[in-house]
Design a protein around this ligand. Structure first.
Ligand SMILES: NC(=O)c1ccc[n+]([C@@H]2O[C@H](COP(=O)([O-])OP(=O)(O)OC[C@H]3O[C@@H](n4cnc5c(N)ncnc54)[C@H](OP(=O)(O)O)[C@@H]3O)[C@@H](O)[C@H]2O)c1
Length: 322
């Protein structure tokens, strides 16, 4: 039997929800549609997508548990919204013990968490040869380990605390998590890591837990990401301006021009929570759409061109299956 264990579920053809399904969802009793407002747990809410999502949840009458490294960044929202709607908590996702503590504080305040917006992240501009482990490890700690720990806690709460069980895990990834981009080697590696982790996690969910997971593969959107990025000088072997990474470096200057409006994209991400059957992958932005389609087509073409290389690789004397 071919080795496909765990792959069938996330890669089954995606069926878009019909209008009847959407109507049924509004009438259903899932946590997102219960009379009680949904509770969102948001990481990295000081700026960009995290801040936009916090504001959107509050405007829509939801409850936001906004976590961030410097809570004072949300003092304006804390002054405008009551504590019954907004809880601001300090959280650096690189600190493992701080994550369960923040979830526990959110549960103590609201008794449930319906949506986790796993958004905190940062970037390092560097070619693969241009960095050392000590520089890129803190980024990996946030983008992969932080996001993975938040995911574990989210799923536990959705299954074991929420009544009824269920929840939405929104993983903020990047088109760089699908396609390696020059001068962003380690950033792409961190987002590819969360992509693989999340696909596996989604395949591990039991239907009765009602946990829905989506990887949001963002294209370029205007936020503080460019300003917050760590920039390393090009490796001496890669300074030639004709190289792809030189183009990438000039594009990703300190205040990069990004085509996308992060507030508009946040509204689309929010809409995911209204879908009864959200996609596992959502490339968002025309650049992300193109990158994902190009990658899928090229993978398919390569797999087909070389499919004959996989013929006749079975053991001559098959082992007994356990
Ligand atoms: N904007 C884009 O074009 C784009 C494209 C692809 C993917 N993304 C992803 O989108 C997500 C949000 O980024 P953004 O574009 O909104 O940029 P942003 O404005 O720089 O926001 C990033 C947020 O993550 C927080 N953060 C970073 N490290 C953290 C840590 N260790 N613990 C907790 N929070 C941390 C930042 O907090 P501080 O203020 O404390 O630093 C900030 O709130 C990231 O995962 C990023 O990789 C963005």
């Amino acid at each position: 039997m071919p080795y496909t264990v765990g792959l069938e579920e996330p890669f089954a053809p995606y069926k878009a929800p019909s209008q009847e399904n959407l109507t049924a969802l509004r009438l259903s009793i899932t946590p997102m549609n219960s009379p009680a407002p949904p509770v969102w747990f948001i990481t990295g809410s000081s700026s960009g997508f995290g801040r936009h999502m916090t504001e959107l949840v509050l405007q829509n009458g939801g409850i936001a548990v906004a976590t961030l490294r410097s809570p004072s960044a949300l003092s304006d929202l804390a002054a405008r919204y009551p504590s019954s709607q907004l809880l601001v908590l300090p959280l650096d996702v690189r600190q493992p013990e701080a994550i369960p503590t923040a979830f526990a504080e959110a549960l103590a305040a609201f008794g449930r968490i319906n949506v986790v917006f796993n958004n905190a992240g940062c970037g390092v501009l560097s070619e693969a040869e241009g960095s050392t482990d000590d520089v890129v490890r803190p980024m990996f700690d946030a983008n992969f380990w932080g996001a993975a720990r938040v995911s574990r806690e989210a799923v536990r709460v959705f299954r074991e605390v929420n009544q009824p069980a269920g929840g939405r895990l929104l993983q903020v990834s990047s088109m760089g998590g699908v396609q390696g981009l020059s001068a962003l080697s380690y950033y792409c590696a961190s987002k590819c890591a969360i992509e693989g982790f999340t696909e596996a996690l989604a395949a591990e969910m039991r239907p009765e837990w009602d946990v829905k997971v989506t990887l949001i593969e963002l294209g370029g959107f205007h936020t503080n990401a460019g300003r917050n990025m760590v920039r390393l000088p090009p490796h001496p072997a890669y300074v030639d301006p004709v190289l792809k990474q030189a183009t990438a470096r000039s594009y990703l200057q300190v205040n990069p021009w990004m085509p996308g409006d992060a507030a508009k994209a946040t509204a689309k991400i929010y809409k995911l929570t209204e879908l009864p059957d959200p996609p596992l992958h959502l490339p968002l932005g025309k650049d992300a759409q193109e990158a994902v389609k190009r990658k899928a087509q090229s993978l398919l073409a390569m797999a087909e061109s070389f499919s004959s290389w996989s013929e006749g690789l079975e053991l001559d004397v098959p082992l007994d299956r356990p």
